[in-house]
Design a protein around this ligand. Structure first.
Ligand code: HEC
Length: 144
């Protein structure tokens, strides 16, 4: 009997929290109504726009190894394409493509910037952190 009561209370609480999330999600979506039917990423649902701490190291490494060509926040430069771009979302360029690019370089095929050289001094673990940061940027941009 007591257990029952506990469960109901817990469930009620959970439903309340879920309801809150859904509502916040709705009002966020309302601000860019009609732009896309893709659900807003969690970071936006909570009103978060600052880079979460877990991606800070990835950002530092991206700025050291990748931004000279791919630009601050992956926006691109005249040396390389933007990575915050729909062709680099996970379904088109999975994380493996990023690892391969850093380890082996890339033969120019999508753009006219020339080849990407392999990046010296960056480890696969560094690239994993960099990917986390890029995916966050892509989600912020509403790319996926
Ligand atoms: C010296 C300039 C330069 C640097 C530094 C650089 N890139 Fe690139 N990168 C390029 C260019 C140019 C291309 C476009 C090649 C093409 O035409 O498709 C590219 C393409 C890519 C692609 C797409 C690969 C594919 O399969 O199409 C990925 C992913 C990528 N870069 C990731 C990175 C990451 C991660 C770093 C940092 C570790 C980095 N790049 C550093 C120049 C650079």
């Amino acid at each position: 009997m007591k257990d029952h009561l506990m469960n109901r209370t817990t469930l009620g609480g959970l439903a309340g929290i879920l309801f809150w999330f859904v509502c916040v999600g709705c009002s966020e979506n309302g601000t860019n109504a009609g732009e896309s039917s893709v659900p807003a990423p969690l970071a936006q649902i909570t009103g978060e726009t600052e880079l979460p701490a877990e991606f800070k190291e990835g950002e530092t490494k991206f700025n050291a190894f990748c931004s000279p060509c791919h630009g601050a926040q992956g926006k691109g430069t005249n040396q390389g394409p933007p990575l915050v771009h729909k062709i680099y979302e996970p379904n088109h360029h999975a994380d493996m493509a990023f690892q391969r690019a850093a380890a082996q370089g890339v033969k120019s095929h999508h753009w006219k910037f020339g080849n990407m050289p392999k990046i010296e001094g960056v480890t696969p673990d560094d690239v994993t952190q960099i990917i986390g940061y890029i995916r966050w940027l892509q989600r912020q941009a509403g790319i996926f």
